[in-house]
Design a protein around this ligand. Sequence first.
Ligand SMILES: Cc1ncc(COP(=O)(O)O)c(C=O)c1O
Length: 436
Amino acid sequence: MDVIKNTFPITTNITSAGKLEIGGCDIESLAQKHQTPFYIYDTHHIEQVCDEYVNEFNNIYDNTQVVYGSKAFANKSIFKIISEKGLGVDVVSGGELTLAVLSGIPPDKIYFHGNNKTPTELELAQEAKLTKIVVDGFYELELLNSLSKKNGIVQDIMIRLSPAIELDERTHEYTTTGILDSKFGFAIDNGDAEKAINLISEYGNLNLIGIHFHLGSPLFSTKPYELGIRKVAQFISDFNNFDLQEFSPGGGFAVPYTREDSPPKVKDYASVICNTMNDVISEFNLPKPKLVIEPGRAITGPAGVAIYTVGAIKNIENVRKFISVDGGMGDNIRPALYGAKYEAIVVNRLWDERPKEKVTIVGKYCESGDILIKDIELPEIKSGDLIAIPVSGAYSTSMASNYNMNPRPEIVSLKDGMDQIIRKRETFADLFKMDV
Ligand SMILES: Cc1ncc(COP(=O)(O)O)c(C=O)c1O
């Protein structure tokens, strides 16, 4: 089955009895035990992908640090896995930062991004002795310089640049970040980036140690990385007022969400990024910096699968058949937010060879836009069937909400036939415990 091969985690297996197994666990039995909706993570898959990124990049550029873009899914157990694999963590809020610190990620491997870090978050970053605060704009530069002065330190920083690299239509405008018309970073083309670098060397309490840019995500082509690295490298080669120790072309490595998607392989991204780095270092006579890459969705996306139970079915003859599941936009906003596409399988009908019918899978939330998958061909579905949506491990539960006062789902990791809850399901009481 293409969809299993292309989109499900690597330990996925269909048994001779036609049962779906992931991480050595039978998914139908898990659904009985944990109750739907819930998300599973194949931790073996996560480990494999971490190793692949570390090895493929270091094979060509031997000073590469892989950093997990934790906005994809920040969780204590996941942080433990990626940390054991030697990865750092990219955080974008005081919450993610606190979790990274509590999870034992070394401060010099925590990269603090964000276009509007608050004074409290910057204080927190300094208390945690971060050396990779990635400054995003002039307001933050001034704030951080004053804070560093007050705390009597010289703060190591990186800055985020915006190199104006346009992306093709496969990257949604909401996730395109390296263009002039973006809230992120100092633009090169309008002179802001130059101004920022000169300002830092005039300020007394900031020490620029590296340059970062992130073009957008996902990037189904390797070309933008090459263009971005070239443009940024050429730009910084004009400056001699800082010591380039780190260079980061960000994340955005694509994953196959559907059976048709065929994004570049890790080794393709590694080849283009590392070889371009080597080229520009000699071409522009740069010192060899540490290369920092920030895969987020690539680490946790394909390892995660959402499991739902079908409830109401509404068939409007010659119009549409709606299949309602017990989750939806509250646990996965991506289809509603930017038209993200997914596959689905009916877990308990893998054996079903009857002709398929076209259905639309919707959630239980009070919005007509609460559509998980529009027009997918599946075997005839009945209420009570189990639906699995693969590649749900990134930007799903991390963007989850309690809309309509629905509890957020349980999250379970699977490995070697063992299942372990890594985030409990919220209770109704949790939903209003902060109300007064
Ligand atoms: C600065 C930065 N790095 C890394 C990432 C991770 O992107 P992805 O999950 O597509 O790899 C993002 C995503 O928004 C980002 O903003």
